[in-house]
Design a protein around this ligand. Structure first.
Ligand code: NAD
Length: 513
């Protein structure tokens, strides 16, 4: 496993043969079964992780709830200073952590570094925000009264994350939660547990150097059963869950059952509309990167291209030609465009989608297939595929987390393309390629895209941390990262103060004694 300096990277991040760490790393109390993490890059065992038992979880919650009592008293800009130091540590570890992300998850090294950069960026954002947790002041209807609102931290924030962004999603949540005064308990994906250990080791250093309570950041490991301990726990007022719609429906109902708050970031079924006025060169770059980047394992990956009939053949030929240029292989080698899928189960889902699209009447334009032989020993490398399909196909309605792109044709106006684009259950990311102002504005209007993200002349994939990130419908409705997403990590309190000598009631109600 020591290609590309991986051994040194693992040592730098404190990854051992067997890792534990339910709290910040000062106290270890993982006593559960062993989880083995295999790399999809070369099929090798990277290291083992001890999972958390119910008793371990209980200790974690005690540590977290205790830490909250002191952390909430620290002034927000001082909490911002802690997040600033965390950002500095991430800069020092960017190379090693980016490599681990690439090796454990399988995304390209550039994207691994990009994920760590996103963590650094959200830290910078949060530092500034720590002085801007503003509430409004309102004019009271009563004389000599003042009314205003303030934001207080919630308490313990539970974070459940998916394998495909194994480190950035945690930071999107924690950087904001920490400046808000919350403490965090994280259950990373059981497919990428070492990324969790590495992040926890980095923040543990910052916490230790500042003599803060270790429960500010806790890590629990294991599968959905460990996640369920948190979703059922009344001591966790907010659950931020990223993953499949299937998972989100279960988590949402469990958390709602105890009237907790949930922030859901679930699956997408993202489309690019290509109108007759599209710039074809830009369209091809956006579509191909969107469909094959991270081997189609981004929540914002492009799944559908909705192309006007007048340019259909031109776009189809250009995209098919671009697929011929793709090189598939070790993602740590920057000459490759496409790395592996996360595991062989994902490969099965990919194969299933290709069989189904043909069964349901589609036509394969670029053949798929699983690669074997030297360099492909993990069995997780697949060829990006393209199929001509119809939006009504059950398989097209479904998110397949793999590089399968569906080409759909529309005729007439952009309204028809929007019916297709909005005609799915998910509502995460969407895009239109056009130089026609009327079409672009219609796409962004109330009658346009129904997604949380709507781009013009940009693909569906990827987003900046400055905006609020998330989607509608079965994507879950949550918003994370920039803009005013911080508000979900806090509770709002309306305060009215009477500085007069009588007690006038609201709405002019008289109550004389
Ligand atoms: P997944 O749903 O299988 O697992 C996600 C996490 O949820 C894991 O940590 C898992 O252990 C946990 N989990 C599963 N069932 C649970 C339950 N009943 N209770 C508590 N926790 C439970 O998803 P995955 O395969 O890791 O990730 C891929 C999916 O994530 C795709 O659908 C993708 O679109 C989505 N995703 C969405 C976003 C977004 O921001 N909208 C970002 C990344 C990934």
């Amino acid at each position: 496993a020591n290609q590309f300096g991986m051994k040194e990277a693992l040592a730098q991040l404190g990854i051992k043969d067997i890792n534990e760490g339910t709290s910040t790393g000062l106290n270890h109390f993982s006593n559960g079964e062993i989880l083995e993490s295999y790399s999809p890059v070369d099929g090798q065992l990277i290291a083992k992780v001890k999972t958390s038992t119910a008793a371990d979880y209980e200790k974690v919650m005690q540590s977290a709830t205790e830490a909250f009592k002191t952390f909430r008293l620290m002034p927000a800009p001082q909490r911002g200073e802690i997040v600033r130091q965390f950002g500095e540590k991430l800069r020092e570890n960017k190379d090693a952590l980016g490599k681990l992300v690439s090796y454990e998850m399988g995304k390209s090294l550039q994207e691994g570094y990009g994920e760590v950069q996103e963590m650094i960026d959200i830290c910078d954002f949060a530092v500034g925000l720590s002085r801007q947790l503003h509430g409004l002041t309102m004019h009271s209807e009563r004389p000599q009264h003042r009314m205003y609102e303030q934001y207080h931290p919630l308490g313990v924030v539970g974070i459940i994350s998916a394998f495909n962004f194994p480190v950035a999603v945690w930071a999107w949540n924690t950087a904001l939660a920490w400046i808000a005064g919350d403490v965090c308990v994280w259950k990373p994906s059981e497919k990428t547990p070492l990324c969790g250990i590495a992040c926890q080791n980095i923040i543990a250093e910052v916490i230790k150097e500042n003599n803060l309570p270790e429960g500010i950041s806790c890590l629990i490991n294991g599968d959905y059963k460990v996640g369920e301990m948190m979703t059922n726990d009344k001591r966790v007022p907010l659950i931020s869950a990223t993953g499949s719609t299937r998972m989100g429906k279960i988590v949402a109902q469990t958390v709602a059952g105890r009237l907790g708050r949930s922030l859901l970031e679930l699956g997408g079924n993202n489309a690019i509309i290509v109108t007759p006025d599209a710039d074809i060169k830009m369209t091809v770059i956006g579509a191909v990167f969107g469909a094959v980047g991270t081997a189609g394992q981004r929540c914002t990956s492009t799944r559908r291209l909705i192309i006007h009939e007048s340019i259909y053949d031109t776009v189809k030929d250009a995209v098919v030609a671009a697929y011929k240029q793709l090189s598939i292989g070790n993602p740590l080698d920057e000459n490759n465009h496409v790395g592996p899928l996360i595991d062989t189960h994902a490969v099965e889902m990919y194969n299933r989608a290709l069989t189904k699209v043909v069964e349901q009447g589609g036509k394969i334009l670029v053949e798929g297939g699983v690669l074997s032989g030297e360099g492909y020993e993990s069995g997780c490398y697949v060829k990006p595929a393209i199929a001509e399909a119809d939006n009504s196909f059950e398989i097209v309605q479904h998110e397949t987390f793999a590089p399968v792109l569906y080409l759909l044709k529309y005729s007439g106006t952009v309204e028809n393309a929007l019916d297709v684009q909005n005609g799915v259950a998910q509502g995460l990311s969407s895009a239109i390629m056009t130089n026609n102002l009327r079409e672009a504005e219609h796409f962004l209007s109330v009658a346009g895209s129904d997604c949380g993200i709507a781009n013009v002349n940009i693909g569906t994939s990827g987003a900046e941390i400055g905006g609020a990130f998330g989607g509608e419908k079965e994507t879950g409705g949550g918003r994370e990262s920039g803009s005013d997403a911080w508000k979900v990590y806090m509770r709002r309190q309306t305060n009215t103060i009477n500085y007069g000598t009588s007690l006038p009631l609201a709405q002019g109600i008289k109550f004389d004694l």
